[in-house]
Design a protein around this ligand. Structure first.
Ligand code: ADP
Ligand code: ZN
Ligand code: ZN
Length: 660
């Protein structure tokens, strides 16, 4: 008897047994067509055994093995198994989410071969700086699994270093996986890789690709015809038979984290994958995640650094703090910042005003009765958007027209409070009628096409003042940009989220890095009421290390990650009481006696306590030992699965959560 134990996209932590009676010989990793209930679906053979707990007469036969592709390789299965265990996600769901949609359909897809992109023009390769050469020498000496953090200031030529190591690997016949946070934000990088390797097949893998193209590219990686895979977080699962190097750029970026469905860190999975395959991995950033920095400091990762900008004339920008405590601001702008913008306009240079809040104003309010624009489904304000005069919820997407009068008291004089990018744009346009003001955020650059169009305009010098969110902070060279002004940064200093300062520092450092990338020196002005805050002082000195050490010392003292390991159980239900009751049941676990090193906190409502009409609460599990937490989680999960919960309650566990 041949029994196929099949992984299916079902939210259950088990495999499904099917009888194999066909002619061909099944293999682990092969896709198989089966009936689940009465529905035909595709799964992956995880094990082949000769007996089953299911009585033979009740076991369904597998319908067919899909032989359009070779079986998925053992290292792919191992990665999925690890992800499933580590993140408490059902193995079948992990395996199936890793496959392109076309390969999950019961009908075999048509075979297509990857389109060869041609015509990328080769660009001159710069002579490496002494620092780059040194780093490259050390990287070339890597053998086997050697995780490396490449910490280099913005514009220090990290990408140039990656391209050089990649070249070695490709010349030796290997494949490279190059991972980036969001390809859409960095079309320049894709172009740069293609033009550096005109002879090689470079394929992109990200969620914005059309389904057919994604399948084609995935297939090319899998059969080994693609030499370089340039991908976002989901690409970490791509099977690659000759994979010899993983490079993960901007490793600190939160978009490497999958926030819904299967919650995982693509960076951490990439490190597992490299260790499993015994190959090098390079994590690069100007502002590494504190977890990564701690790993580099304690010797788990090797630390290589680039401290100078690569361009001979490029200097790091001068950072000035504008103490706004005693200043009168005009629409949020200090006169020093206004003067600096005027000066750039005069000189024909570009300015960038950074504010990480889109929309016109975060809230609309009535001064007469105190009414504010609340979302009816979330514990959040509706944001005022000027286009179409809409109020919009940034959490659930609810939208409504701006009322002409106060809905509560009828007052005609209702006001926007606070500021978003649209409001800054409106003010700047009014203040400088001659200037070309360009707003860049997720509202103005919705599609890749719009975004590329904007980048082109910026490069061509067709914009004088840019107003934007952190979208503008990522890896672009704007040669004419010499001034960056930051507004509203203080909010993150005292946020309840203890990771907020780390994110703020990274964003400001990245956005500051946009200024003065070429021959012209750059200047960064940060408006703050706390000019003595350590974060700003470190920023002024371009001192990532000083900031990181201070943050790590605080975290150690408070017992926060990376000095503790966390998992969070979240529940959402129509009423808060239901969610809390469920979490309390999970907390009253008799298991705790077996796990003295694991601590469960009290259930609490989440910061955004209501979203899309569901009340949300969470329960934190924490341990000083990762192993202890990992041993606890599967048993805890099983126990939670046994709790009788109301039908409309949903729950999940997130391991190493980024936000609490
Ligand atoms: P990073 O990835 O660290 O931000 P890049 O590799 O993108 O840095 O380099 C920043 C800029 O400096 C780019 O315009 C790049 O072409 C240029 N550059 C990189 N290395 C050199 C070099 N050795 N000589 C001259 N220019 C360089
Ligand atoms: Zn009112
Ligand atoms: Zn809402």
């Amino acid at each position: 008897m041949i029994v196929l134990r099949v992984a299916l996209a079902v939210p259950l932590h088990r495999l499904f047994d099917y009888l194999w009676q066909g002619e061909s010989c099944p293999a682990v990793g092969q896709r198989v067509r089966v009936l689940l209930g009465s529905r035909e679906c595709v799964g992956v053979v995880a094990e082949i055994v000769d007996e089953s707990a299911v009585p033979v007469e009740q076991m369904k036969p597998a319908l067919a093995l899909l032989e359009d592709l070779p079986p998925l390789p053992p290292d792919f299965m191992a990665l999925c198994r690890f992800a499933s265990t580590y993140y408490q996600s059902p193995f079948g769901e992990v395996v199936m989410q890793a496959l392109p949609a076309a390969l999950k359909r019961p009908v075999a897809p048509r075979r297509r071969s990857a389109r060869r992109t041609v015509g990328a023009t080769a660009r001159p390769v710069p002579t490496l700086t002494a620092e780059q050469k040194q780093v490259l020498r050390e990287l070339r000496a890597m053998k086997g699994f050697s995780p490396t953090l490449l910490h280099g200031v913005t514009g220090s030529g990290k990408t140039e270093v990656y391209l050089n190591v990649m070249q070695d690997v490709i010349e030796a016949g290997g494949q490279v996986l190059l991972m980036v946070p969001e390809i859409n934000l960095t079309p320049q990088l894709e172009e740069r890789v293609r033009s550096r390797f005109p002879e090689q097949s470079v394929v992109a893998l990200h969620s914005a690709l059309a389904e057919a193209e994604r399948e084609r590219n995935w297939r090319a990686a899998f059969i080994g015809s693609a030499d370089i895979v340039l991908g976002t977080r989901l690409a970490v699962f791509t099977p690659m038979p000759r994979l010899k190097l993983i490079v993960l750029d901007e490793e600190h970026d939160p978009s490497f984290r999958q926030q819904d469905g299967m919650r995982y860190s693509a960076r951490d999975l990439a490190v597992f994958r490299a260790s499993d395959l015994g190959i090098p991995i390079v994590l690069g950033s100007a502002t590494p995640a504190l977890e990564t920095w701690a790993n580099a400091r304690n010797g788990r990762y090797r630390l290589l650094q680039l401290k100078e900008r690569a361009h001979r004339e490029a200097r790091l920008p001068e950072v000035r703090l504008i103490d706004t405590r005693s200043l009168v601001l005009q629409e949020g702008f200090s006169s020093a910042l206004i003067d600096a913008v005027s000066e750039r306009l005069h000189r024909g240079e570009q300015s960038l005003i950074f504010l990480n809040r889109r929309g016109y104003a975060p809230v609309l309010a009535c001064p007469a009765c105190g009414w504010v624009s609340h979302c009816r489904c979330c514990a959040a304000h509706l944001v005022l958007h000027l286009a179409g005069r809409r109020l919009r919820c940034h959490h659930c997407g609810f939208e409504t027209r701006v009322p002409a009068t106060c809905p509560t008291c009828g007052n005609q004089d209702i006001h926007p409070f606070g500021r978003g990018t649209q409001r800054l744009e409106a003010f700047l346009q009014e203040r400088y009628p001659q200037a070309r003001v360009l707003r860049v955020d997720r509202d103005s650059a919705k599609s890749r096409k719009q975004w590329e169009g904007m980048l082109q305009r910026i490069h061509a010098g067709e914009a004088d003042i840019l107003v934007g969110t952190q979208m503008l902070a990522k890896g672009h060279d704007f040669p004419k940009l010499t001034l960056v002004g930051a507004l509203g940064a203080d909010a993150a200093l005292f946020a309840a989220d203890w990771r907020a300062p780390e994110r703020l520092f990274a964003q400001l450092m990245q956005v500051a890095g946009r200024a003065g990338r070429a021959e012209r020196p750059g200047e960064v002005l940060i408006q703050t009421q706390y000019p003595d805050h350590l974060l700003y002082r470190a920023l002024k000195e371009h001192d990532y290390e000083g900031f990181a050490e201070a943050q790590l010392a605080e975290r150690r003292q408070a017992g926060f990650p990376p000095y503790a390991y966390q998992a969070v159980l979240r529940a959402e239900a129509p009423e808060m009481a239901l969610a809390l009751r469920f979490l309390n049941a999970a907390r009253a676990s008799p298991l705790m006696a077996d796990f003295p090193a694991v601590m469960l906190y009290d259930p609490v409502p989440m910061r955004l306590a209501r979203r899309a009409s569901m009340e949300r609460a969470q329960l934190l599990a924490e341990s000083p030992s990762r192993a202890a937490l990992q041993a606890f989680l599967p048993r805890w999960r099983q126990m939670i699965e046994g709790i009788k919960a109301p039908a409309r309650l949903r729950w999940h566990i997130e391991v190493d959560p980024l936000e609490l």
